[in-house]
Design a protein around this ligand. Sequence first.
Ligand SMILES: Nc1ncnc2c1ncn2[C@@H]1O[C@H](COP(=O)(O)O)[C@@H](OP(=O)(O)O)[C@H]1O
Ligand SMILES: [Mg+2]
Length: 346
Amino acid sequence: MSNSAPLIVRLLASSVSVANRAGKIVRDVMSKGELGIVEKGKDDYQTEADRSAQKCIIASLSAQYPKLCIIGEEDNPDNETEVPSDWLIVDADKEVLLLNCPDSLLGVKEEDIVVWVDPLDGTAEYTQGALMLKRNPWERGKMYLMHPFISMKWYLSLLQSNYGFLEHVTVLIGIAVNEKPVAGVIHQPYYKSIVDGEKKLGRTIWGLQEAGVGGFSSAAPPDSLIITTTRSHSNPLVEKALQVMEASQILRVGGAGYKVLQLLEGQASVYVFASPGCKKWDTCGPEAILSAAGGKLTDIVGNFYKYGASESRPNKMGVLAAVNDDLHKYAISKIPQELKEALANK
Ligand SMILES: Nc1ncnc2c1ncn2[C@@H]1O[C@H](COP(=O)(O)O)[C@@H](OP(=O)(O)O)[C@H]1O
Ligand SMILES: [Mg+2]
């Protein structure tokens, strides 16, 4: 790796390579078919893929940058067993290494950085996607009966989609300096494309403040207001916030990373989630990329979240993100006072 690049640029380039490897782990666990689902709390699950991908990311980054503070979603990803050597990634993305580091980040030291890791964003969609990969209807039925949290309504909607919701799954790495997200990675393990005539699975999107974004084709926002929101964690507050936006369309998809991707690619213009379930690892990486692309991510009142190591993990006041300042202002202006108070009192 080029050691001459500034620390933030090197760390982002390493994060891109590590996220690619973590994405392969996520696919491999799915192919083996043993997801090892553990219930962490209400509507909150963890799989073998979450645990292994986090081990790969933390072990790889901390081996190269030992003074970093790295905070991952999974508290206890089994520190007893050794990390397989092919999970220890030392490569760095060559295109990212060439980025111009903004002056304000040139002097940053490892001790100044907090890295927030969500090894598998969209766990609900991942576990439901597993059902769809079972081609044999008998196997699929058996898996449905054994699944801990899938309702008949969801199962039927899954049968109607041809690939489940695996495209919603992402690996997220966010890099914060002075409590602010400055760089990030969203890796999408199940994104399908054709490269040089060959089918390719997976892509990695990145962004660095004042330097740029890459890994996707950006597109202008839709002409009418299209909102993206949760498909698996809705509640009356979330629905109230959606109702007041007067949107032409509401997309219900999984994962904070995927929703921000929809903003970046012009499929939606605003992401609204008026509920406390999202955490700092869900938003740090996506926020960094979105703001590097000219967008904005805050709570539903319009305040930025802080990403220092001692900050509480939950994004208590929800998430409101938009592709530009005007749409962000519009969405904030629509949130009624009672809703803000209801969330503050939760
Ligand atoms: N009520 C809730 N309980 C637990 N996690 C929640 C939640 N609401 C949102 N989240 C988390 O926020 C992320 C985005 O949620 P959603 O897909 O509903 O928009 C998901 O991350 P994970 O999939 O990494 O756990 C999800 O678990
Ligand atoms: Mg998440």
